[in-house]
Ligand binder design. Sequence first.
Ligand code: NAI
Ligand code: MG
Length: 398
Amino acid sequence: MAKRTIVAMPGDGIGKAVLDETIRVLEAAGFEADYVEGDIGWEFWKKEGNPLPDRTIKLIEKHKVGLFGAITSKPKDEAFEELAPELKEKNLVYSSPIVGLRQHFGLDICARPCRTYKGNPLNFIRRGVGNEIEEPMVDVVIFRQNTEGLYGGVEWSNPPAQVYEAFMTHPKFAKNFGKTPKEEVSISTRIFTKKATERILRAAFEHAKKYGYKSVTLCEKPNVIRETSGMMYKMALAMQKNDFPEIELWNTNIDAQMMWLTKNPEDYGVIVAGNMFGDIVSDGFAGLIGGLGFACSAQINPDSGIGVFEPTHGSAPKYADYDVSIVNPIAMIESACMMLDFIEENEIAKKIRKAVAEVIEEGKIRTYDMMKMRGKADVIYNGAASTQQMADAIIEKF
Ligand code: NAI
Ligand code: MG
């Protein structure tokens, strides 16, 4: 079989350090591929007025699989300030390139697994009935709708007259907001479509079935957000009944779920949610298994076979310019394992996951976050492993 080409998109800040180390791990594990670099992020916004250049889109179209580090996003006004002077006249508006990528390629299925690693000093613990310390095993996969909802980008401040008038036809808008001057109103919409909702629900149920999870939990708020959450709930009920009777459907509200998160995280299996609630609940679960240094994700479009794999953390700009990178590469490495599963290189994925688990359990090599240190350049002198040393330790296990 021809060698695969992977589009490597380091992005900004710590994105490059974690991606470089991940590629080294992939190579050492025996994954044979070529890598082409895809430009994305703040640098390209500043220089070209576009953080997601067309050439990057073309690369992904061609090669289908991308590994992505992280990008930096800044608020509207700062984004404008940092544009190259010759671009300032052009009325450009910054928008997040990773959100752009998801929408352009319809990467509407986002999967974020959160599994406890044995021996991770950051594991969540709690007190049992007899006052003993319990360390629940978390094994959850969050399926987050990735292209719609509150992150769909349909929003206005001081909305155009036509939009405002349309909203005024809604009795609740007229009653509760109608007296506020239009200039003082900002609106962000939450749009769900049946097609995308069906796809994320089905992906969640299919995952539960394939990997033997006994339940799928819909985490929304249908009692209050009646139209969007309500539609999703109704569709989930029908899908469970018709197509997945062997899997239980649980229904939690996002606020209550965040409370139950620490009370009984071991009870949950697959969780499915819209875009924003999926984002929130996945960060919540990530906190139980070690935080951002461990939280990985896959974003895929099953129809086109395009997938982009990324850690859920951002570019952590304050650590970007250290001479020796201190951040934990495991979230990026685990994201690469999800990529390997996607392209059916399951054996290599297994090998890397096993090595990561061994290094964590052994506990000799730990990045600063695993030592509960504050992230500063001197953590290395205080015994924390660098990004590179963590990757080396994983490679040594092969
Ligand atoms: P962040 O995830 O970049 O960093 C938050 C904190 O988490 C860091 O200060 C650090 O203490 C810790 N952290 C993150 N990654 C780590 C790692 N691999 N190992 C150890 N510790 C780690 O989030 P923040 O500070 O809110 O945002 C920074 C920039 O990243 C912003 O411009 C934001 O817009 C962007 N961002 C980008 C994302 C993406 O590319 N998908 C996602 C989240 C934020
Ligand atoms: Mg997030």
